[in-house]
Design a protein around this ligand. Structure first.
Ligand SMILES: [Zn+2]
Length: 526
């Protein structure tokens, strides 16, 4: 009996000692947080290609993905758990720790019913590009709100990625201007680019004069198509297509390295944040697909570039003991329709022209043709916005038009469910997890009157070979790694949401979580 009592006492005290961390550990904040996001980096890329990653410590290098996976707290399955995974909301979720319903960015683009124009998530009437549509603070904003003289910089080829990671109070957000082929910011951040950016831009202009070659020979891992022969791609870098190949990754890391050194990040009195997003991965992924050899080889190239960057970072800081490094993604991607079909998985693309035709025929039969325009004012990302004038002219009820619209789409192959604004606002949600996923991103002023939810492996037909825009695992699940001196290395099977990252970083930095943060502090990693 006494023994049982002792064992119980021991277990209880062991649990207690795990539930808290010593104040000294809590109060020693890192000097630099590097957040690396890879755009469209699905959860399985780290595991599929790990055998070919740079070995940590080889040739005096820190290592890339393998280093982070073995030395950091690695969650192989971190989740987004929203209905539609895409770049702008993904990046905003990473640094605000909150779902779109709270932080205001559910989509990349939406229809603004007031101006009757499409609105881009990072668009700003005054400055061109800014985080104005983001209705929350980021980790970087809260560092600054706490009074620290921290520097916060965001870098990505895509402006929306740079801006959403950087936040409202950032010192600089940099993105690629494809027209002039230079790194660009907006007056929202600064009117004059720092000298180090001008040097980068000069190099870009020089590089633009020569043709580049991406050459891969021999066998791959055997897990991708075109395993044996490799490929050769000649490209001009001063184009979107050029930036979708290795050069885009290289130039992004060059910009991050220049920021690190020139801004002396991590060497000041307070913690700094350097956030980088590799947009190239998404651009290549859309064009070639998740099972392509190109995707495999780009991932290996990213790994080598990451190792080089981390080695430079170690030299810059003297060691990595005061650095926290994060690796994650904004979303994943579906297999291509062709790949899925060959694998006997039902898959397909939903063509907007077909959808429009079905809807117009049904609504015209039922309610007559609108006096002006058509029944749909705008549509994007499976959100359909109704012609409000037509509804008013004909003195119809919005709910009745929505129901007819829904019936027109309901039985189409590839359609899982159709949600209408009236139903959603009355609490009638689509089945299963879809309902909760929808609630996390539904904003009446922004979301469509009708939202189409595709079945797994179905996607919208656009200019891409393949895309991401669902809450299914291939789009929703991404890796999350947090490396740091005081963080327990290991693979974590605990459920982690991407929105847990921001409050965890806030905890590490000793500042408030972002205003709308609802994630948990990942306490098991301390
Ligand atoms: Zn994408």
């Amino acid at each position: 009996m006494k023994n049982i009592f002792l064992i119980t006492l021991f277990t209880v005290s062991a649990t207690f000692s795990q539930a808290s961390i010593p104040i000294a550990k809590f109060q020693s904040s890192p000097k630099l947080v590097v957040v690396l996001v890879i755009d469209q980096f699905r959860a399985d890329y780290l595991t599929r290609f790990h055998k070919k990653f740079v070995k940590p410590g080889s040739q005096g290098q820190v290592g890339g993905f393998q280093f982070l996976m073995s030395e950091g707290a690695y969650y192989p399955f971190a989740e987004y758990d929203v209905l539609q995974s895409m770049t702008c909301p993904g990046h905003a979720m990473i640094m605000t720790g909150s779902h779109p319903v709270m932080m205001g960015i559910p989509l990349n683009d939406w229809y603004d019913r007031k101006t009757q124009k499409m609105h881009y998530c990072a668009e700003d009437e005054q400055f061109g590009i800014s985080p104005r549509s983001l209705k929350s603070t980021t980790v970087g904003d809260e560092l600054k709100n706490a009074g620290y003289k921290s520097k916060v910089i965001g870098i990505a080829l895509k402006d929306r990625s740079a801006v959403m990671l950087a936040g409202h109070r950032a010192d600089l957000a940099l993105w690629m201007d494809y027209k002039d082929f230079v790194w660009r910011t907006s007056d929202y951040y600064t009117k004059t680019l720092p000298a180090w950016v001008l040097i980068l831009n000069k190099k870009l202009q020089e590089d633009a004069k020569t043709e580049k070659i991406w050459n891969v020979n021999g066998q791959g891992t055997g897990l991708s198509e075109n395993n044996d022969t490799g490929f050769e791609k000649k490209f001009k870098i001063n184009s979107k297509q050029g930036m979708a190949l290795t050069y885009g990754v290289q130039t992004s890391f060059e910009a991050a390295t220049a920021a690190l050194k020139s801004e002396k990040l991590g060497l000041g009195s307070a913690a700094d944040i350097l956030a980088i997003s590799l947009s190239t991965h998404d651009m290549l992924g859309h064009a070639f697909g998740a099972n392509s050899r190109e995707l495999e080889e780009l991932t290996l190239f990213e790994d080598q570039q990451l190792s080089k960057f981390l080695t430079t970072l170690r030299k810059h800081m003297g060691s990595l003991k005061d650095v926290v490094i994060v690796l994650t993604a904004d979303h994943g991607v579906a297999p291509t329709v062709d790949y899925a079909q060959r694998a006997k998985i039902e898959s397909g693309k939903l063509d907007y022209l077909d959808l429009y035709k079905k809807v117009y025929t049904r609504l015209n039969e039922k309610f007559g043709q609108p006096k002006k325009g058509e029944w749909i004012s705008a549509s994007k990302s499976f959100h359909f916005y109704l012609n409000q004038n037509a509804i008013a002219d004909k003195k119809l009820k919005q709910a009745d038009v929505e129901q007819e619209f829904k019936l027109a789409l309901k039985d189409l192959p590839g359609v899982f469910a159709v949600a209408t604004s009236t139903e959603i606002q009355n609490g009638k949600l689509p089945p299963g997890e879809l309902g909760q996923q929808l609630q996390r991103q539904y904003i009446p002023e922004i979301s469509g009157d009708i939202i189409l939810i595709p079945r797994p492996f179905f996607m919208e037909k656009d200019e891409n070979l393949v895309t991401h825009m669902t809450g299914f695992s291939y789009d929703r699940v991404v890796p999350l790694v947090i490396y740091g001196n005081k963080i327990k290395a290991g693979v974590y099977a605990e459920k982690a949401q991407v929105i847990d990252l921001a409050p965890t970083l806030s905890f590490i930095l000793g500042v408030l979580p972002p205003a709308t943060s609802s994630g948990r502090v990942l306490k098991e990693i301390f």
